[in-house]
Design a binder for this molecule. Sequence first.
Ligand code: FES
Ligand SMILES: [Fe+2]
Length: 371
Amino acid sequence: MPELDSPQRQAPDSLMLTGFWYRALPAAHVHRDQLHKAMLLEIPLVIGRDRAGHPFALGDACPHRGMPLHCGKFDGENLECAYHGWTFDAHNGQCQLIPSLTADQNLKVDRIYAGSYPCEEQDGFIWVFIPEPGPQGAGFAKPEESPEPAPLIEKFSAKYKLAYLTADMPVSIDHGIIGLMDPAHGPFVHQAWWWRSRHSIHEKRKNFEPIPNGFRMSAHTPSSNSAPYKLLRLYAAADSITTTIDFVLPNLRREIIRAGKYWFSSLTTVTPITRNQCRIDVVAAWNIFRWLPFGPELLKFVFAKFVEQDRRTMELQAEGLKHNPHLMLIDDADRPAKWYFQLKAAHLEAKRTGAEMKHPITGPVTLKWRS
Ligand code: FES
Ligand SMILES: [Fe+2]
């Protein structure tokens, strides 16, 4: 790939991809009979749980005059707008009642909808499907169906622990994602005496391959710097450890580490909140330290450090980005970032033409960098 020898100018467009599931809120924050505000892709949402505990998501604007619906009343089934009392089914958004109508006014109330979104609870998070922007004519649009269920964390035994971490990042989705996949910042951002120092930098080679909508780094190597890896090595022979890290559009990073009967599996997402703001959510499942009382806390401690270091870095980066500096991507350390932009472009092009997506990675590739 000769064009890759010189640095490539790269201006992230921070375009937010519709037609995908996104994590909206930690499930434990969403209680029955309560209404919560959330924002995804600059779309304000109201999220709650019905009487049976099933989550729902509606657009947070009444189709009558735009009153935020989270200000309304919820009886466990229907949501009543605080302004004129129009009432909507919490799940499909269908209007049930317009109190101002007289008996002889036969407006077809059931043809009016508050925008509703497919909503699922999965591995400790409420997920919301953001459909392609539909034709205008809001107020009468029926709810969209999602083509597939919300993403799952892969698990390899019946019993496991689950934990999550979340952090707001004051940068666009693109910077959030390429920061997540960036292999070269580790020695500089994630220094700690119990972890590593910048003097531990050494050359690495990793094998990558294309997978649907993304790419995979596969490794059977004991040289990984990943946190669960180091912990796992205490329990299993190093050469029995296998790891894979996948990135899949629009924002999913899956890491799976297996060593005999032990496993660790995480699904990290970077969710676009607005054009200039994203949120990182790490959810991990594992069966490694189930019997150790401090295991989950230890793992959470390590992850919390990492996420906080990344968050702080992006906070500082956001200052530098304010004045639109020119940016560049270099080889091979920034190749995953380039692939992300190429995947995004290929996805949008396929959507535009209706043709099948042309995968930008044609076969296995080995990347080299020092970190
Ligand atoms: S604005 Fe909601 S009922 Fe009028
Ligand atoms: Fe990081």
